[in-house]
Design a protein around this ligand. Structure first.
Ligand code: ADP
Ligand code: ADP
Length: 237
């Protein structure tokens, strides 16, 4: 069974002003993302990628169509259950979105505190994650004392804190130089291989898809214009 399934999903934003036209941000998209996939979604700015992420993460409702996560239909789900779905999805962002006034340790501990984990559980899990992302010596530092690559590694550790099955990476390497990008992508590959986490990688960069994704959907004007194995999609004329 697909971990994430979209069937004829459309998201229309109302016209911003009188006389303006509504924006069809996602237009009749159908996609299946299987457990263990590293699934790339590529397209130019405005193609509808971020909207797609917000739909999968249940931050916005679809206008029409059906979205399931782990076989559970989001379209009919009450808000309380949607919150549960969101807790099961990790997210990392282009601008990292770390809490600037919290230490690295506290940034990673945050989702565990929200989830109500015990002190002992939090201490053990944060230590394990710091080790995994190679930042054990930065536990007491603040985000502005870290490089971009280190910040994103904290972002990854925080996203994994509650052991989600699905990780959404929204332009997660777009603020990084090419070398640091490769480091972060290598870490994401380990997240996929060692923990079996399914990863959706949203990007406008072909290199990123070719480095990490096994499958890809190409978006343009809200539509998926092509999808399949990375090798097949990018080798077709
Ligand atoms: P991408 O992530 O590929 O850059 P987006 O999903 O952000 O694309 O945007 C797709 C289209 O939807 C764009 O035309 C954008 O202007 C529009 N859009 C995105 N969010 C909103 C919103 N909250 N209200 C109105 N229009 C939006
Ligand atoms: P409290 O919940 O009262 O804040 P904690 O025992 O959770 O007490 O930890 C206090 C603070 O000490 C944490 O917020 C964190 O910043 C820091 N801290 C705790 N354990 C570690 C650790 N192993 N490495 C670095 N900092 C830590």
């Amino acid at each position: 069974m697909a971990l994430v399934s979209l069937t004829n999903v459309t998201k229309t934003y109302p016209a911003a002003e009188r006389g303006g036209a509504p924006v069809v941000a996602v237009d009749d998209v159908s996609l299946d993302i299987e457990p263990g996939d590293v699934y790339g979604i590529i397209g130019y700015s405005g193609a509808g990628k971020s909207t797609l992420v917000r739909l999968v993460n249940a931050l916005e409702p679809a206008t029409s169509g059906r979205i399931t996560v782990d076989g559970r239909d989001l379209t009919e789900m009450p808000e309380r259950e949607l919150r549960g779905i969101r807790l099961g999805i990790g997210m990392i962002f282009q601008q990292f979105n770390l809490f600037g006034s919290k230490t690295v340790w506290d940034n990673i501990a945050y989702p565990l505190r929200v989830a109500g984990a015990s002190r002992a559980e939090i201490a053990a899990r944060v230590a394990e994650l710091l080790e995994f992302v190679g930042l054990a010596d930065k536990a007491r530092n603040f985000p502005d004392q870290l490089s971009g690559g280190q910040k994103q590694r904290v972002g990854i550790a925080r996203a994994l804190a509650t052991s989600p099955r699905l990780l959404l990476a929204d332009e997660a390497t777009s603020a990084l130089d090419p070398e640091t990008t490769q480091e972060v992508l290598a870490l994401l590959k380990r997240v996929n291989r060692e923990f079996g986490v399914t990863i959706i990688v949203i990007t406008h960069e072909m290199d990123v898809i070719q480095s990490i994704a096994t499958k890809v959907a190409v978006m343009d004007g809200g539509r998926v214009i092509e999808h399949g194995d990375v090798f097949e999609v990018f080798s077709s004329p």
